[in-house]
Design a protein around this ligand. Structure first.
Ligand code: FHN
Length: 481
């Protein structure tokens, strides 16, 4: 499809709420289904047991680090002296920066403070089990050594290093898994790559520079697919995840099928639901929110920022508290999902101190209480998460979910964990017992002192000490049979 200003405008109208919806919903008038697929994806052909084996490490992990890092960390939210609204990595689009001007940033990009060792160690100290880094974001700049396109960190910058290779080596050494985010559809500096306005989905879409006009299939064949091949073959046992983003109607089932044929050659790979062309991928990807009840029967991963941007913005200091981050992690785990929490290094490669501080605090909690998160399953209860309002509606006009924050629960085959946010006076009451409880103690209590369990109505009371052991969340362990 030849792409110019008008076709892109149509694409964008169809994309009205791209970020929070599946590619099938995004794809517009014709919702592609698996019958439309010229190439069957591995998810359509594997057995349940094969799928469980493929997803096993990911389900065990529960907590990962997202890294948005690229040339946009140089302007860091400001262009020509003006603070540009919206997320930092969108600055080229939101400020309509000409392709040549944006590409010129590459000659200034020299992130000498970047340390793969420190970033992987930070992820580890936070209790994160995997990292997903932007190999190429919508600006089209490759953060890796690419022979397919010269607009990359090795060929076009004074840095000349490949951070993905360095991260892969460190991840191997430190026992963390590595995945790559790749913007397969939007590419604002390659002719034919998609470009649309977002942040405010009502804004019309446009190419703001004739240098962007071109043919989408050619872009895919000359840049995106060759680069995906490089990413899939040049980094040894990584990537374990390919994280696609913002598919448009141009990603037809046939074009997406060409990518799927490539992905199928890597049978252990996990990829998300944002490829396009109607492919469901492995994971649902709610962004910046936690679904009320998770996605029963589907693997899912909530991706979130710590402040209000993915890519570094020098003046965004609106950081969530450690309490919020930790509650999010627990809430997500209690609904059977993973938490992919973002950091946005600056143009020198430094991770903002506010992000380091919070990650280390979350890691401290996990060092004591990780057993209640890693490898656990969703709650056996459910009503503790909150309820749907009978009066208030959400943006889609559906009953609004009102969360409550007293406790959450996660489970394994022989244990129920209760993560207590508010400390009950005297005892914790459970009126529904999904399993027989054989004993109780607090996870942060090294002596595992047994807590008294008393029958109460149809349920039980567990006698608790006077004080919580952790100001954010104390975990009550219930052994079960
Ligand atoms: O447009 C991107 C955005 O910049 C960021 O990468 C997020 C992360 O999930 N994905 C898109 C918006 O949905």
């Amino acid at each position: 499809m030849k792409r110019n200003h008008c076709t892109v405008a149509v694409v964008v109208l169809l994309l009205a709420s791209h970020a929070l919806h599946s590619p099938a919903q995004i794809a517009g008038e014709h919702i592609a289904t698996s019958q439309d697929h010229p190439v069957a994806a591995i998810q359509d052909t594997e057995t349940a047991a094969q799928r469980d084996a493929r997803m096993a490490w990911w389900r065990e992990a529960r907590f990962g680090m997202f890294i948005h890092w690229g040339l946009y960390s140089i302007p860091a939210g400001t262009w020509n002296g003006k603070q540009i609204p919206s997320i930092g990595e969108w600055i080229m689009n939101r400020a309509s920066i000409p392709v040549a001007d944006y590409k010129a940033l590459a000659s200034q990009f020299n992130p000498t403070a970047f340390s793969a060792h420190d970033i992987v160690a930070l992820a580890k100290s936070a209790g994160m089990k995997y990292i997903v880094i932007t190999a190429k974001h919508h600006d089209g700049f490759a953060m890796f050594d690419s022979k397919a396109d010269p607009f990359n960190i090795v060929a076009a910058t004074p840095f000349h290093r490949d951070p993905l290779r360095e991260l892969a080596e460190e991840c191997r050494k430190q026992g963390v898994k590595l995945g790559f985010y790749y913007s397969q559809d939007q590419d604002w500096t390659a002719p034919g790559g998609a470009a649309y306005k977002t942040g405010n989905h009502d804004l019309p879409s446009h190419h703001w520079d004739p240098a962007q006009d071109g043919d989408f299939a050619s872009y895919l064949h000359t840049k995106a697919i060759p680069q995906l091949k490089e990413l899939l073959t040049n980094y040894g046992d990584f990537p374990v995840v390919i994280w696609f983003d913002t598919p448009t109607v141009d990603m037809t089932p046939a074009l997406a099928g060409e990518i799927v044929a490539l992905l199928n050659q890597h049978p252990n790979l996990i990829w998300n639901n944002r490829l396009g062309g109607g492919y469901k991928g492995d994971t649902e990807t709610p962004e910046q929110y936690i679904p009320a009840q998770g996605y029963p029967g589907r693997d899912w991963e909530a991706c979130m920022t710590m402040n209000d941007t993915w890519g570094y913005k020098s003046y965004d200091t609106n950081f969530k508290s450690t309490e919020t981050l930790l509650r999010n992690l627990i809430d997500i785990a209690s609904k059977g999902g993973n938490y992919l929490l973002n950091i946005g290094p600056d143009s020198k490669g430094n991770v903002p101190p506010a992000e380091i501080e919070r990650l280390q605090q979350v890691g401290k909690w996990l060092a004591v209480n990780g057993e209640a998160i890693y490898g656990t399953h969703a709650t056996l209860f459910g009503s503790e998460a909150g309820s749907f309002s009978t009066t208030e509606k959400d943006k889609e006009g559906k009953p609004k979910f009102i969360p409550t924050w007293n406790w959450r629960s996660t489970t394994t085959d022989d244990t129920i964990y209760i993560e207590l946010f508010s400390w009950p006076k005297g005892s914790f009451h459970l009126d529904k017992l999904p399993r027989t409880i054989t004993g109780a103690y607090l996870l942060a209590d090294k002596s595992k002192k047994s807590l008294k369990i008393t029958k109460s109505g149809g349920g039980i009371d567990i006698t608790l000490p006077g004080q919580a052991l952790d100001p954010i969340a104390t975990v009550l362990v219930l052994k079960t049979k």
